[in-house]
Structure formats: C-alpha cells, structure tokens
Design a protein around this ligand. Sequence first.
Ligand SMILES: NC(=O)c1ccc[n+]([C@@H]2O[C@H](COP(=O)([O-])OP(=O)(O)OC[C@H]3O[C@@H](n4cnc5c(N)ncnc54)[C@H](OP(=O)(O)O)[C@@H]3O)[C@@H](O)[C@H]2O)c1
Length: 267
Amino acid sequence: MRAAVVGATGRIGRLVHRALERDHHEVVPVSRAHGIDALTGQGLDDALADVDVVVDVTNTTVTDERAAEEFFRTTTEHLLTAERATGVKHHIVLSIAGVSRVRGNAHYAGKRAQEAAVVAGDVPWTIVPATQFHDFAEMVASWTEDNGVALVPPLLVQPVAPADVAEILARVAVTGPQGRHVEVAGPEREDLVDMARRTFATRGQEIQLVPSWHTGIFGVEMAGDALLPLDGAHIAPTSFDTWLAGISDARADVAAGAAPPAGATTP
Ligand SMILES: NC(=O)c1ccc[n+]([C@@H]2O[C@H](COP(=O)([O-])OP(=O)(O)OC[C@H]3O[C@@H](n4cnc5c(N)ncnc54)[C@H](OP(=O)(O)O)[C@@H]3O)[C@@H](O)[C@H]2O)c1
C-alpha cells in the first residue's frame, strides 16, 4: 500500500509514518516542511500520485473560531480535490471525541468543519475520533506558562497514548473505509491538572500549576463528563502511568549517556 500522511512532521504524524513503514507500506510524507501545503493546495497533486490512502493528521495553532473552521475546511477540500484527481480510494482523518457535543471552543469548531467537509466529499472516508493525548496536559500548560506559573483547566479526561492512536490509524488504513469509527480512548479517567503535575515532576521541571477555567481556550462548557468517551468506545491499552514511565526511562537513558533510539519520539 502507498499511504500519504498529511501532517507527517507532527506528533501523531511521525508515529503514523513509523507504524506504516514498520508494516512495510510505502509512505509519502506531506507537510509544509516537505514543500507541500494543504492550505494552498501547492504540491498536492504530485504528492498524491499513485497513493491509495490518505491519513490526515494536520493541525493548526489558530485560536479564532472562524480561522480554525477556514483552516480545516480548506485543507480538507484541497486534499479531497487532489485525491479525486489522483484516484485515492480512502481518506482518513483524526478527529477529537466530543467535538459535536461541546460548543464554544474554536479548535472544536474547526474539527466539526473538517468532519463536515469529509462527509460531504465523495472520497470514501473514515473519521477516527480520539480523546486527548497523554501529552495534552503539558501542552495546555505550555500555552499559558509564564515565569514558572501555568494555568490549567481542571478537565476530566480519559487520555490515550499517541502511539496507540497511531496504531489504530495504521490499522484503519489497511482495513478500508468505515465511515465514523467508534471513539478511541485510553483506559483510565484523569484530571488534567494532576496529569500536568505528574508530567512535570517526571520531567524534573518545576512549574507551579493554577487550576483555572479562565485560560481563554477551555471554558466551563468542557467541565463534567463533556470530554469523556461514549459507551462502546475502543479502549486503547497504554495508561497514563505507563506513558509517564516511558518518559522516566528515556530521561534515565539520557542521564546515563545512552543515545535515544533512531527516530525516537514521545511514545
Ligand atoms: N492533542 C490532542 O490531545 C488531540 C486529541 C485528539 C485529536 N487530535 C488531533 O490530532 C491532529 C494532529 O495533532 P498533532 O498534535 O499531531 O499536530 P502537530 O504536532 O501540531 O502537527 C501538525 C502537522 O500538520 C502539518 N501542517 C500544518 N499546516 C499544514 C499545511 N498547511 N499543509 C500541510 N501540513 C500542515 C505540520 O507540518 P508543517 O508545519 O511542516 O506544515 C505538522 O506536521 C489534530 O488535527 C488534532 O485536532 C489531537
């Protein structure tokens, strides 16, 4: 199989690329760093030549709702146009569990626009909605961190390991179009503030965490069970503690002077 990973330099994209190559598929990496821009469409027709399946794991840092909708709708439409032209048989997109249940978040509005464009398109598709990743807490803290103090919303989440999500995307790529995939979550519920605290402790970073619903990104509309997976979700195996242990082992290797394995990324 020849698969294009759109967003191949990203946190999930690198892991999907690695999983597909391990399974002896040919991978075409797509990102602006590779000279291909899904927002303008530049380079897509050439990149998708002879590609069987596209895995879209692009992302944007825009925080304005209209800009997020514009990014995800436009990148998807450009991808689908190129896929029709080149004969791609399956478009897979990574979405987020709960995007249709939670209003008031710009990124989620963008993901809804992305899902709608995929459903309206005529390339057979699979939408894979996943819960927050294990590294989500430290990422959220990094957005507000200032002088060693970070605001973190006390979200209730059921986080999943990025590598487990990548495995599912790689499996879907060989299985074929499935429409809307069941939600993908990790095995345990966690509090985002506690996750951030444990992550920074494991990394040996001293950051004071202030629980707050006033980060400007995640408000009370995401409180309670809004982000938890629905009944029947696929539960991936790697717990947050197991993921943290991987970080701890990697730090110990670095401290002992061992080089990280080639292509190592966050598990
Ligand atoms: N973080 C979570 O907890 C979570 C949970 C569920 C689902 N998701 C979804 O997972 C997806 C991937 O997230 P991530 O954290 O892996 O993203 P990321 O690390 O920020 O990577 C984003 C990727 O998109 C590429 N990209 C951005 N603009 C592009 C453009 N115009 N054309 C081509 N490529 C472009 C980037 O490469 P260049 O900059 O080189 O172009 C990069 O490879 C997102 O859609 C997100 O909504 C995230």
